[in-house]
Design a binder for this molecule. Structure first.
Ligand SMILES: NC(=O)c1ccc[n+]([C@@H]2O[C@H](COP(=O)([O-])OP(=O)(O)OC[C@H]3O[C@@H](n4cnc5c(N)ncnc54)[C@H](O)[C@@H]3O)[C@@H](O)[C@H]2O)c1
Length: 255
């Protein structure tokens, strides 16, 4: 799908990878609706992008807020063709630490945002996409951010890895459900990218991943490199129902 003239919703767009994806789609000529729960940063990003961007304060776990956000996107830009789910949280804990179990509240939060939130947004976006006139047989594209942790979760990442494996797991059935409507669904699994989320890791943890686990080039990825892949997925009609890894050959070890 050519993004030029299309309408995209990008979640988590106030920061990091979502912000870079929004910028790449705007550069490709799309109009972009930015969803984030961080209203201050989201509004600033949209204001800097101009009339082709609209920020809506949305918590992806909240059905009413997502419905209202999509309604605002349709009211402003008239349709919805592209949905990129980048909203995510990395909260971690060990399964047992000092004799105490993994706090269930952390598990529920991570699954709610990363997995349920992704599905909540994509299912409501897909309804809007089904109303589009097909262009080259296509009505829409959904791209969901998974993670290398889906396969190689590190210590403390039980909830995060499960949520990101869930994002890969839903890819094929969603693509199957929507194929007759001309809507694709693709997962993208980044390795380690230089974003505020990673800046929240202890410096020595991030450096150890780069030094010991990233093959080549031995550095973190840039948000622009991830956004370039998402744009390619949108543009290339033959990519569907799969998970694409972008990680410089990284294989995560236990810690
Ligand atoms: N940075 C990496 O190395 C990396 C690697 C693999 C996967 N990922 C995934 O990529 C995505 C983006 O990560 P990032 O590094 O840009 O993180 P980030 O923290 O910079 O950005 C995440 C954004 O999501 C928003 N968000 C969180 N919970 C939300 C909610 N409930 N509703 C709406 N918005 C919410 C935050 O406000 C923030 O703006 C995440 O899903 C993350 O798990 C990142």
């Amino acid at each position: 799908m050519n993004p030029a003239g299309k309408v995209a919703v990008v979640t988590g767009a106030a920061s990091g990878l979502g912000c870079a994806v929004a910028a790449a789609l705007l550069e490709a000529g799309a109009r972009v609706v930015l969803f984030d729960r961080d209203a201050e940063r989201g509004a600033a990003v949209a204001a800097a992008a101009g009339d082709a961007a609209l920020f809506v304060s949305v918590d992806v776990t909240n059905e009413a807020q997502v419905r209202a956000g999509i309604d605002q996107a349709l009211a402003r830009f008239g349709a919805l063709h592209i949905c990129v789910n980048c909203a995510g949280v990395p909260d971690a804990a060990k399964t047992v630490a000092d004799g105490k179990p993994f706090p269930l509240a952390i598990w529920e939060k991570v699954i709610a945002v990363n997995l349920t939130g992704t599905f909540n947004v994509l299912r409501l976006a897909a309804v809007a996409m089904t109303r589009n006139e097909p262009e080259n047989d296509e009505r829409g594209v959904i791209v969901n951010l998974s993670s290398g942790a889906a396969h190689d979760g590190q210590m403390g990442q039980a909830a995060y890895a499960a949520s990101k494996a869930g994002v890969i797991g839903l890819t094929l059935p969603v693509a199957r459900d929507l194929a007759d409507q001309g809507i694709r669904c693709v997962a993208v699994a980044p390795g380690l990218f230089d974003t505020p989320m990673v800046a929240g890791l202890p410096k020595k943890v991030a450096q150890a991943i780069v030094d010991r686990m990233v093959l080549f080039p031995r550095r973190m990825g840039t948000p622009a490199e991830l956004a370039q892949l998402v744009r390619s997925v949108v543009e290339n009609p033959y990519i569907n129902a799969t998970c694409l890894h972008i990680d410089a050959g990284a294989r995560m070890s236990a810690r």
